[in-house]
Design a protein around this ligand. Sequence first.
Ligand SMILES: [Zn+2]
Length: 166
Amino acid sequence: MLKRRSLLAILGLSSLGSAMAALLSRAAAADAASPAADPAWQLSDSQWQERLSPESYAVLRREATERPFSSALNAEKRPGTYRCAGCDLPLFRSEAKYDSGTGWPSFFAALPEAIGSKRDFKLIVPRTEYHCSRCGGHQGHLFNDGPRPTGRRYCNNGVALSFEPD
Ligand SMILES: [Zn+2]
């Protein structure tokens, strides 16, 4: 918040100030995770904190980003299913996983109906945030520089997933 306030103070001196302030307030509004589509998964903040590790909570419910190369799932190559660490919904299959070199588990496709997405403005430039379609837990960001056949790159936080080998 301190950072945002000082940035606003600086921007306030420029003619771009009000436009940037609008973008920043949209960024602040995106701080919390997306609402759960499934009423059974509309848990309170304290319920989520009880269910999840602090690392998973920060990503799934607060849209934090884990440090690159910090997740063991980055190097996972076995066949299997990647599930949401919040509600266990299957999100990705190993066949769509590839090494993007970014340090985050990366996929070129998600399972059908598994994810929802929204634009966020946290880096000022709009990005596509995506989340579990059932519990709303934040998973990562979607980019258009992935490999064939989709050209998509789902850049996922490892702590937001659990892996189940076949
Ligand atoms: Zn979920």
